[in-house]
Write a protein that binds this ligand. Structure first.
Ligand code: FAD
Length: 514
């Protein structure tokens, strides 16, 4: 239950209605095609494949008004909750609603509209739009593109803004939540509010990184920049974590005006010829070969890769691109002989994980369970995390990428709801497990247990860390996650914007107030 939650009585309907009445009256107002109680397939599962929960109904809203009507209808019942479902790429049922209403946000009317304010370009998009569609339309219609991305783009705008949205551009522009200037939100009170840093700012900052707790994003205004034409995509390999991390930090700390890459990420891979975890995962092109002769004898069970990209335009002379890349790479301490690079179109680069998705679908690992773990770990603890977790617990890999790269705290706005470690640099660590389902692969429970072991270790060593995409079972765990001060703020925001705890029940933070 929410502390001090006020009851909200919508309209004149003081008497609560039974759930079935709510569904049938919604069918009348929204049209029967917009609501189903039979075909609940997509609403009952997610990418994680670990949770299956049946809602009462799946609703397909087209407009913000439809969304508001559904929230108000849920408020008239004593028990109904509402989960906005983006593209269902959650891991732990966060977009589900047991016996509640699931809104399929992808059915929202398509909106990709260029807006200029004082000459600067922005795009207004629907909360249910996929980032890949935003990319394609912005590049092809306006020659412009958002600045901050996720690695994989079949995710919705509302889904990633409810967390942060992080990729290799975040060191420079901050997460996606730092690249939004206006939102249209339907709160848990069923009110539709346009908010920004200056207009209803408390709602604006609450919703960004707000785990879907305060409102449903129906429209977002995203900052745009000129879209580059081409990208030089580079991977360089390290055997020593200290050299890898200090080079990565040097790159992300470059000052404005100094030459620097446009994208900086990193990952850990196994020092072996294992096809899913080792050397063969490095080359960027089938013609390239990873020659292990270059690996120094002192190397341990895992190696590290810095993944970099530089944007350029057709009009840039190739020698300029070479000079910038060579100038930067010349300062790095990677293993000479273990450098891979390709040049490709900008859109193709941003859609690179789509190609992995196609392969994973063919291999059957896309639809298998994904017990992923995502963390933010302070710079002060990352070396010990490497020696205890990467080199020991994960020395055989996770059958998928193990991302690790630095982010700058000053690019994150502390007024938003997301919480990150205290230090000025922290690392994102992502265990993107792609094991086949049993009996070919390990039991998902074993992998969940391995995640738990890693978290226990972080707690036992008092690391300064936070879960990204947090998932907890107890109130105390949520309080610990936020810390006392931010937890109080989170509860105040809940009381203000969703006092009956109708929204995003799958996060398991608050219980519905009857
Ligand atoms: P869903 O899973 O549908 O929803 C997530 C949460 O947001 C739920 O609580 C839901 O109720 C709420 N929600 C959804 N839509 C709205 C809305 N319009 N308004 C308010 N609340 C809403 N994340 C990164 O930061 N960087 C990455 O590079 C990255 N890569 C990924 C790659 C893959 C293959 C996968 C599966 C996930 C990846 N993610 C990444 C994680 C991803 O950002 C989150 O899982 C995100 O929530 C997925 O978006 P979705 O649209 O599928 O959201």
């Amino acid at each position: 239950m929410i502390a001090c939650a006020e009851h909200f009585l919508p309209g004149n309907d003081a008497e609560p209605k039974p759930d079935d009445d709510v569904v049938s009256s919604l069918s009348k107002t929204l049209g029967v095609q917009a609501i189903t109680t039979d075909d609940l397939g997509i609403a009952s599962k997610d990418f994680g494949g670990l949770k299956f929960v049946k809602p009462l109904a799946l609703v397909r809203p087209y407009t913000a008004d439809d969304v508001a009507r559904v929230v108000r209808a849920a408020a008239r019942s004593p028990t109904l909750t509402v989960a906005a479902r983006g593209n269902g790429h959650s891991i732990n049922g966060q977009a589900m609603a047991e016996h509640g209403l699931v809104l399929d946000m992808r059915s929202m009317d398509e909106l990709v509209q260029l807006v200029r304010i004082n000459g600067a370009p922005y795009v207004d998009v629907s909360g249910g739009a996929l980032w890949e569609d935003v990319l394609k339309r912005c590049v092809s219609e306006f020659g412009l593109a958002p600045r901050s991305w996720t690695d994989y783009l079949s995710l919705t705008v509302g889904g990633t803004l409810s967390y942060a949205g992080v990729s290799g551009q975040a060191f420079r522009y901050g997460p996606q939540t730092s690249n939004v200037t206006e939102l249209e939100v339907v709160t848990g009170k069923g009110e539709t509010i346009v908010c920004s840093k200056t207009q209803s700012p408390e709602l604006f900052f609450a919703v960004l990184g707000g785990l879907g707790q305060f409102g449903i994003i129906t429209r977002a205004r995203i900052v745009l920049q000129e879209a580059p034409h081409t990208v030089r995509w580079i991977r360089v390999v390290y055997s020593e974590f200290e050299e890898f991390s200090s080079d990565a930090e040097w790159l992300v700390r470059r000052e404005e005006g100094e030459s620097c890459f446009d994208y900086v990420e990193g990952f850990v891979f196994v020092n072996s010829d294992d096809p899913s975890n080792g050397w063969p995962t490095l080359p960027l092109d089938p013609q390239q070969v990873f020659d292990p002769i270059h690996i120094p004898p002192s190397a341990g069970p895992v190696l590290y890769c810095l993944e970099l990209a530089l944007h350029y335009r057709h009009s840039d002379h190739p020698s300029r691109v070479d000079a910038v890349v060579d100038g930067l790479l010349g300062r790095l301490r990677f293993i000479k002989g273990l450098k891979f690079q390709v040049d490709m179109g900008y859109t193709e680069f941003l859609l690179r994980v789509k190609r992995d998705e196609e392969h994973a679908k063919i291999n059957g690992v896309w639809d298998a369970p994904h017990p992923w773990l995502n963390l933010f770990v302070s710079k002060s603890n990352i070396a010990e995390f490497d020696s205890e977790v990467f080199k020991k617990i994960l020395k055989d890999g996770v059958n998928g990428p193990i991302l690790v790269y630095p982010l700058l705290r000053n690019k994150w706005d502390s007024r938003q709801s997301v919480v990150v470690p205290e230090s000025d640099i922290f690392y994102i660590v992502a265990l993107l497990r792609f094991s086949p389902a049993p009996p070919k692969g390990p039991s998902p429970q074993l992998l969940v247990e391995q995640n738990r072991q890693i978290l226990q270790l972080c707690l036992a060593k008092a690391f300064d860390f936070k879960l990204y995409f947090p998932h907890y079972h107890s109130r105390q765990d949520w309080i610990n996650h936020f810390g006392n001060h931010q937890w109080s703020r989170f509860v105040e925001r809940k009381t203000a914007f969703d006092p009956m705890a109708i929204l995003a029940p799958g996060q398991k933070i608050f219980s519905r107030v009857p």
